[in-house]
Design a binder for this molecule. Structure first.
Ligand code: SF4
Length: 388
C-alpha cells in the first residue's frame, strides 16, 4: 500500500467506522439470513450471494433451509437432491462444494463450522471472501471480506483505478471494526449495493462521502477502471432429444454430466459441439447434424441403432444460454424411437444414463437451457403440433 493510499489516521478511521455502522443500523435491508446467528445459515447465504442478486437468492435460501436446515441434513442428501435445490441459481460448483464441505464437517467436526478464517479456508469452495464473511458475521472475528461491492467502494474512497487484491485486503483489514466486524463488513457491502452503485453513485446521501477521495476529485464514475474482458466465445451444440412413447407420457433419455466442470453432476439430453455453417438449413448443416446425432447415439451406447433406424430427426426450438465465460447456442433435435425398440442404457450405466418420464423431469437436476428444451417438447406434444 503506497503512502498516498493511506489518507486516514487512527481517529479518522474510527469516525469512518462509526459513520458506516450508523448507516447500517438505520438503513439495513431485511434479509432472512440477517435474522439468524447460525453459522451454517450464514455460510449458505454467503455462498448463494456470490455472483447472484439478493432478490434472486431469497426464495432459494428459504427452500434450501426447509430441506437442509442443518449441516447433517445437507451431508446426508444425495447429489441429485442438492443440485435440484440449486437448479436455476447457476455456478453449480458452489452447490457441489457446499455438499462436499458439509460431508467433511459432519465427518471431522461433528457438523460444526470452525471459527477461524484460516480453518474455514481449508473447506471446499471457501476462499478469502467467504472465510472472512463467515468468520466476522458468525463468529465476531475481525477479518476483512472483500467482494465486488467492497472493491468498488474502496477504489473510490482511495481514488485508485486498479487496486490489486492484496491492496484491497490490506485496506479492508485496516478499516474493519474490531468491536462489530460482521456488521461492519455487511455495512460496507450494503453501501456498495444501495449507495455507491456502479453507475451514478449517490454521493450526496453517502455516509462516508467526507472521506472519499474520488468524490473530491470528481472521478467516482471512473473508479475502479473497467477490467478489459475478451468477448465470450459463442459455441454451437447439437442436442439429442431421444424420446420413446407418443404423447406427454413419453420418456426422454438423459445422461449425467461429469462431476467436475461446467454444470457438473447435472442431467441433460446428450449434446455435442458442432460447427454452425453459414446457412443452418443447408445440406452441409443437415449432414453435420446427422453425424453429431449418430455420434451421440454411439456415445450413449445404444448399440448399432443409427439415426436412420430410429426415424427422422426433427428440429425443436433453439435455446441460447450465457455462462460466465461462454455463450452457447443449443440446436435440439427430437428423435423418436420406433415402437418396439427399447434402447436400453448400457449395462452398469444406471448412475449416469436413464430414461425419465417427461412429466417427472423435475425430479432430476436439469440445467435451465435443458428445461427450456424439454418444456418446448412437452408443449408441442400437448398441442399435437407438427414437429417438422
Ligand atoms: S462519496 Fe460517492 S463515490 Fe465516494 S464512497 Fe460515497 S457514494 Fe461512493
Amino acid at each position: 500500500m503506497s503512502e498516498a493510499a493511506q489518507p486516514w489516521d487512527g481517529a479518522r478511521i474510527r469516525d469512518l467506522r462509526a459513520s458506516l455502522l450508523a448507516f447500517f443500523d438505520e438503513h439495513q435491508r431485511e434479509m432472512p439470513w440477517r435474522e439468524t446467528s447460525d453459522p451454517y445459515r450464514i455460510w449458505v447465504s454467503e455462498v448463494m450471494l456470490q455472483q447472484t442478486r439478493v432478490e434472486t437468492v431469497v426464495p432459494y435460501y428459504r427452500r434450501w433451509m426447509e430441506r437442509f436446515p442443518t449441516v447433517r441434513t445437507l451431508a446426508e442428501a444425495s447429489t441429485d437432491e442438492v443440485l435440484r435445490h440449486w437448479q436455476g441459481l447457476g455456478y453449480y460448483s458452489r452447490a457441489r462444494n457446499l455438499h462436499k464441505a458439509a460431508r467433511e464437517l459432519q465427518a471431522h467436526y461433528d457438523g460444526a463450522l470452525p471459527t477461524s478464517a484460516a480453518e474455514l479456508k481449508q473447506l471446499p469452495g471457501i476462499g478469502d471472501y467467504t472465510a472472512g464473511a463467515v468468520a466476522s458475521i458468525a463468529f465476531g472475528k475481525a477479518e476483512p471480506a472483500v467482494d465486488g461491492n467492497v472493491r468498488r467502494v474502496l477504489a473510490r474512497l482511495l481514488d485508485e483505478p486498479s487496486p490489486t487484491a492484496g491492496e484491497l485486503r490490506r485496506w479492508a483489514s485496516a478499516l474493519v471494526d474490531p468491536e462489530r466486524p460482521g456488521d461492519f463488513n455487511q455495512a460496507f457491502m450494503e453501501l456498495g449495493s444501495v449507495v455507491c452503485v456502479p453507475r451514478s453513485p449517490r454521493c450526496r446521501s453517502c455516509p462516508v462521502g467526507e472521506y472519499c477521495r474520488a468524490r473530491r476529485a470528481g472521478t467516482q464514475e471512473e473508479r475502479p477502471a473497467p477490467k478489459t474482458r475478451k468477448p465470450n466465445p459463442r459455441i454451437v451444440e447439437v442436442v439429442l432429444v431421444l424420446r420413446r412413447g407418443e404423447d406427454r407420457n413419453c420418456e426422454v433419455f438423459l445422461r449425467r454430466r461429469p462431476a467436475d466442470g461446467l454444470l457438473g453432476g447435472m442431467w441433460e439430453c446428450p449434446s455435442r459441439e458442432a460447427n454452425e455453417g453459414p446457412d443452418s438449413g443447408s445440406e452441409l448443416w443437415k449432414a453435420q447434424v446427422r453425424r453429431a446425432l449418430q455420434g451421440l447415439l454411439n456415445e450413449i451406447g445404444t448399440g448399432s441403432d443409427g439415426v436412420d433406424d430410429l426415424g427422422d430427426p426433427r428440429a425443436l426450438t433453439s435455446v441460447d444460454h450465457t455462462f460466465s465465460h461462454r455463450r452457447v447456442h443449443y440446436h435440439p433435435f427430437e428423435v423418436a424411437v420406433r415402437p418396439g425398440r427399447i434402447l436400453r442404457p448400457p449395462e452398469g450405466s444406471e448412475g449416469y444414463c436413464r430414461w425419465v418420464p417427461l412429466r417427472d423431469r423435475t425430479r432430476v437436476p436439469l440445467p435451465v437451457a435443458q428445461e427450456a428444451i424439454l418444456r418446448d417438447l412437452e408443449l408441442r406434444l400437448a398441442a399435437g403440433a407438427s414437429l417438422s
